[in-house]
Design a protein around this ligand. Structure first.
Ligand SMILES: [Zn+2]
Length: 58
């Protein structure tokens, strides 16, 4: 499971947690998100703008 960081506002999408507010269940991988996914916090960053922030490799 990886985490993806919004460069605009710092929102993090965590694959293991999903985003229930957006309708993505826990465990929804980044690849499964729609191509028109936008940051739920700032609505500025698109999927391609997010940076992988995989800190949970332990
Ligand atoms: Zn954002």
């Amino acid at each position: 499971m990886s985490r993806y960081l919004c460069p605009e506002c710092g929102y993090i999408y965590d694959e293991s947690a999903g985003d229930t507010h957006m309708g993505f269940a826990a465990g929804t991988s980044w690849e499964q998100l729609p191509d028109d996914f936008v940051c739920p916090d700032c609505a500025i960053s698109y999927k391609e703008d997010f940076t992988c922030s995989d800190e949970s490799t332990a």
